[in-house]
Design a binder for this molecule. Sequence first.
Ligand SMILES: Cc1cc2nc3c(=O)[nH]c(=O)nc-3n(C[C@H](O)[C@H](O)[C@H](O)COP(=O)(O)OP(=O)(O)OC[C@H]3O[C@@H](n4cnc5c(N)ncnc54)[C@H](O)[C@@H]3O)c2cc1C
Length: 876
Amino acid sequence: MTRDSGTKPAAVSAQFDAVVVGAGFSGLYMLYQLRQLGMSAKGFDAAADVGGTWYWNRYPGARCDIPTTDYAYSFDPELEKEWIWSEKYATQPEILDYLRLAADRHGLRSDIEFSTTVTSAHWDEGENRWKITTDRGNEIWCRYYIMASGCLSIPKSAEIEGAGQFAGQVYFTSQWPHEGVDFTGQRVAVIGTGSSGIQSIPLIARQASQLTVFQRTPNFSIPAHNGPAPAERLVQLSDDRDGYRHAARWSRGGIPAEPTDVLGVTASEDVRRERFEAAWDQGELFGILGVFADQGVNPDSNDIVAGMIREKIRLAVDDPETAEALCPKDHYFGTKRPCLDTGYFETYNLPHVRLVDLRKQPIIRITEEGIDTADQSFEFDAIVYATGFDAMTGALAAVDVTGRGGLSLTEKWAPGPSTYLGLMTAGFPNLFMITGPGSPSVLSNMTVSIEQHVDWVAGCLRDMRDAGFDTIEPTALAESGWDEHVRDCAAITLHPTASSWYMGANVPGKPRVFLPYIGGVNAYRQACDDVVSQGYLGFRRTGRGGDQCRDGVIRSMQPDVAMVLEIMAGLGLPPIQTLSAGDARALMAAAAATRPPGPEVAEVTDGVMPGPGGDLPYRLYRPAAADQGPHPIVVYFHGGGWVLGDLDSDDPLCRDLCARSGAVVVSVNYRHAPEARFPAAAQDAFTAVQWVDANTVSLGGIPGQVAVAGWSAGGNIATVACHLARDAGGPRIAGQLLINPVVESEMMRQSYAENGDGYILTTALMRWFWDHYADPAERGDPRAAPLLGNLADLPSACIVTADFDPLRDEGVAYARALDAAGVPVRHVRARGHTHTSLTMVGIVISGAPVRAQMAGALADFFPAPVTGAVSNSSIG
Ligand SMILES: Cc1cc2nc3c(=O)[nH]c(=O)nc-3n(C[C@H](O)[C@H](O)[C@H](O)COP(=O)(O)OP(=O)(O)OC[C@H]3O[C@@H](n4cnc5c(N)ncnc54)[C@H](O)[C@@H]3O)c2cc1C
């Protein structure tokens, strides 16, 4: 980090409770809170004054892109009353003045050493303290080391050959001269079209005699429609400031907003257009990012918004070739931070402004006179680099930080940052990060996230002091659990598909991991609060108060599964076990009617087959046209506790298995309890397998390639059919895919204790199922409890178990028992899933990779290469 010159303070060697690096929004509020706690604290900033981002980024047009009514502190009501923002999106000088006022109101400058860069921080295990050194020779010992050093504070270097050769003026938007720059009459180059480029280009164009913009990646940008602060928001704030701020803290992005439930893929053309135009006219980031509920996860929905923005760009730019070059097409909208602009695209209509598309005409080198591209040499008086930042980890890694045992932070983070809650990292006691990787930070209104982080850290320090602890550090388990949760949240969105700075893709050699937490400010705040209310779950704290470690993982459920559970809880549906079988079936059918249909398959036909108690309806799913077969066949049995379910209930799952595996799926509607009790369902399953085996060719199957599959109770009868087939000497079954199967009736395993309530399939419901299906005396029969039977010589198995399923442990036990009996078994653990979530095709996105594994297992059952399978990555 470069240091801004200023009056050189005397070198000091001193002790403080805390050192805070950075004097922007984060550092200032942290210092304030430390004072409130009565702790001694020292702040450092490389800048010559407070302000952070708003101290450094003084380029023309620099403004916030979150409305300033919201992009502000909320901790100081007097400051809120005293300061009136002049515009909807305030300029850099105004925000800097605001931060200066905030610092002065609380006399914070006296605690800060300006023009001083912190160069190293080493944890001393004997002292249980940090030793901090600066570029001015200060050596400071402190208990707590707090990096409020900014997510976008380390500019990315130019990385273009010859960058040092240019004889004209060179400017970086992130380190703009304080006295400003007059480009009047100059030939100016701007390299980079991210937010800073997009904000500055229209203003530089007003002065320059020639402006050439070098664009590598076009970015989505919408007009800011700047002006006075929105009247409606001012009224909301003056009517109920506390309520407004509370709503912001518990919102998804840090601004109060009602999330929509309109899906882009199902909305009518009129509704799509109306919603898009409203967001366009509003000119706010979270508005355009929330036109549809599914635009962040569904490519088709995203394309609708992206397409409409491209339309607007084509309307704004006169020259069709330039317009096309300015239209982003290589990333989904929102997967890179969209920009807000004032007249950006229209600037390209000016006769002295030209766009150079570096994808067609790459820069070869910077010369003394200007820039050489593959096709042309340009001469310039000034070059402006708007090339962005080493985001989120740059400032943290720029300091030589070592923790326990001399562990270096950069070494630990070489594969990508690893944190607990984005606040701390294991091996580095008492090191706190404000808006670190793994927290919402740059995806949110950062002032809200900053205040939340600082409040959490302050609360943590207070709690430690009260309990007599003086060190705190996350456990490895808690940290890896959080990292996994951060990845899980990103994985269900389109974000990881983009080469964005969120992914570290703008910095050569930086590992590609999605850096921020995308689960939302509200969900994140809840997780942080839950950690505290569970006695600092995932942290180890030591001191005279003892050595306390509450190890554990704060969020291990897949985020979309948690969302579905929350929605279902909100519906207030009656527990199924309180209903009659008929009413329960009607409820299930009504719920099934509202689901997405599942993927297309080549053919779906209904038929009947003879069964022991009368005809059994079946539905056949064919992966490709019949003349492209034959295909292996999977005989599938639906779930529903032997009581519920039918050919419709598992239809999306059957389509999904068919499309992914390339097998014909024959879904059989067996007889249900209580009308037909044990062993009717099991007998039907066996009969169905016999019938399919006998009719393989006419069904379009390959003789000898028939497997069984089933979910839940369907898994139970699928494996029982395998037992019966073995005992009867045939038919030969190629394999068994058992998804969360019921394999015993005891309901005594640990997973019942852990997951018996709250995850849709409950212990009470399981009991209701068993009561409808089999008498207690029958429940030990291997045809009801196959785990108790002879498992030798059964077909190869793939057993899927879900973490939050009461049946989890019996599934695991069955996999182990099969293995012990010599049956080839593959166990697929559906991490973070419930009993039902894998079947929610098109709703629970995180289920897709698990279903891909199931399809892979099915394919492995069959010897011949399978034709007709759709690429797994193309199915949601
Ligand atoms: C141009 C621009 C516009 C933005 N607009 C918005 C917006 O509209 N809404 C929004 O939510 N966010 C916005 N951001 C993000 C912005 O960074 C945050 O909102 C916020 O200002 C961050 O505050 P901070 O105190 O955490 O970090 P910063 O403001 O970045 O301050 C960090 C400080 O730490 C200092 N520092 C770092 N390392 C060291 C070291 N080793 N030694 C000494 N000092 C050090 C730096 O000099 C810097 O002054 C914008 C960012 C940029 C660049």
